[in-house]
Ligand binder design. Structure first.
Ligand code: HEM
Length: 465
């Protein structure tokens, strides 16, 4: 008995000692690894000025040319490792995703709400993702094609004969589609109130988080509170009427495990944020590229007119169906090529949760890691003549991990099918019924935060005779 006790005590001490030695060995070993090549610039300021005093993509591209596809820098007060190869992007976003957590500025977290999907990992994130995907997978969005179509037709009709800022009008369209996908057809009841509050809220997204009366941040926080009150009213109406809907709100409310009202509100606001400006910027770029590439515009128009003629021939109703949207290969390639060339989300942010070794380099715990989607999409070895807008390059499927407009891995975009669907529906009506011409200079790009044609692309839209 005594012997057993002594033996087990000795064995446990020995094991603890062994683990400590191993831990120290690996820790010191990882510390001995070199940091990736690159420069860190001035203390605290780092290379923030170099990044923001020019087109950020020029900064990334020149660094990559000098240091290769993994390099260090220091921006916005944080040391960072930037990665621009498909393999490194897969490592950070997919195979070792658990070692890199998503990270956002504190002001964004407060405005969208701490419980929103973007800020989480693990079980809570997986549960939210399941609920979001349930509402946005093809099976679920098939049934709203004709409602999206009504929104697209109304939007275009209201713009006829006018000089418009494309991005602003596309934002209205994508906002209305986002509300439809969240609240179903009832969205029209709340549209104006939600719009008023959301438009104030978004002005504070990139503001200094100073919560004093009169500051942008303060106004945004008030608008956020009002948004949460409107959402609480919608939730209570649905509960009273025992409505069982298969939109996003229904998915959040119906889950057995149950989300709190606060979690639902944070995620509804989060989805509007993720869905609106992204899709509106892509639509703006498509309208620009089609306007500049008339043979591509003609090919898209022919494809869309063939769908109209096909329906006339069969005596079918002239409303679009999900099946129609599967007969748009040329339009789909235009969307893919726009996502590649414009790369509206040039990169995303992660943070190393522990020291990580990648290809002999150390990525220290707490450092930001930025997969540079745009650099991958503009690498001539992956996409030859990368600045050229050439949708035919997507006739062959891109190699794995080289085309990441919707990200990759556990945080990749759950709304990608809806985004593509609403773009196709708008392009169907735009190309079959309208012409447009660009107004003024249109070669510049602005970043705020998404890449966008200068001044939001002013155009004049007229109906075809
Ligand atoms: C063309 C338009 C869009 C683009 C280019 C886009 C792109 C992306 C990308 C790159 C990510 C991953 C970010 C990361 O890994 O850090 C993402 C995440 C997300 N997107 Fe989209 N998106 C678009 C439209 C939409 C739409 C229409 C919705 C909703 C209806 C949506 C909802 C989301 C959500 C909820 C996430 C977070 C997922 C998570 O953290 O698990 N997006 N999007």
């Amino acid at each position: 008995m005594e012997f057993n006790f002594m033996f087990y005590s000795f064995a446990s001490f020995f094991l603890i000692f062994l683990f400590r030695c191993l831990f120290k060995f690996f820790k010191s070993n990882s510390r001995e690894l070199p940091l990736p090549p690159g420069t860190l610039g001035w203390p605290y300021i780092g290379e923030t000025f170099q990044l923001y005093s020019q087109n950020p993509n020029v900064f990334f591209a020149s660094k990559q040319k000098r240091y290769g596809s993994v390099f260090k820098t220091h921006i916005l007060g944080c040391p960072c490792v930037m990665i621009s190869s498909p393999e490194a992007a897969k490592f950070v976003l997919v195979t070792r995703a658990h070692l890199f957590k998503p990270t956002f500025p504190a002001s964004k977290e407060r405005m969208l709400g701490k419980q929103a999907i973007f800020f989480h990992q693990g079980e809570y994130h997986a549960k939210l993702r399941k609920l979001v995907l349930r509402a946005f997978m093809p099976e679920a969005i098939k049934s709203i094609v004709s409602d999206i179509e009504s929104i697209a037709k109304d939007s275009l009709q209201s713009l006829e004969g006018r000089e418009i800022t494309t991005f602003l009008e596309m934002k209205t369209y994508t906002f209305n589609v986002a509300l439809l996908s969240i609240f179903g057809k009832d969205e029209v009841l709340y549209r104006e109130d939600l719009k008023r509050c959301y438009y104030i809220l978004e002005k504070g997204y990139n503001s200094m988080p100073i919560n004093l009366p009169g500051t942008l941040f303060n106004k945004s926080m008030k608008a956020r509170k009002e948004l949460a009150q409107i959402l609480a009213k919608i939730l209570s109406t649905r509960r009273q009427m025992k409505l069982d809907c298969n939109d996003l709100l229904g998915s959040f409310m119906g889950d057995k495990e149950g989300l709190t009202d606060e979690q639902i509100a944070d995620n509804i606001i989060g989805v509007i944020f993720a869905a609106r400006d992204t899709t509106a910027s892509v639509l703006t770029w498509i309208i620009k590229y089609l306007g500049e590439n008339l043979s591509v515009l003609q090919a898209v128009t022919n494809e869309q007119e063939a769908i109209v003629r096909g329906k006339e021939k069969c005596g079918e109703e002239q409303t679009l169906t999900w099946a129609d949207t599967r007969k748009m290969p040329i339009t789909s390639r235009v969307i893919q090529e726009t996502l590649r060339v414009a790369s509206i989300l040039s990169f995303t942010f992660r943070e190393a949760v522990q020291d990580v070794e990648y290809e002999g380099y150390l990525i220290p715990k707490g450092w930001k890691v930025l997969p540079l989607f745009r650099n991958i999409h503009h690498n001539p070895e992956i996409f030859p003549d990368p600045e050229k807008f050439d949708p035919s390059r997507f006739e062959a499927a891109p190699k794995p991990n080289t085309f990441l407009p919707f990200g990759n891995g556990t945080h990749s975009c759950p709304g990608n099918e809806l985004a593509k669907l609403e773009i196709m529906v708008l392009l169907h009506h735009l190309t079959t019924k309208y012409r447009w011409s660009m107004v003024g200079a249109n070669s510049g790009i602005q970043y705020g935060p998404f890449a966008l044609p200068q001044n939001g692309l002013p155009i004049r839209l007229t109906r075809k005779p």
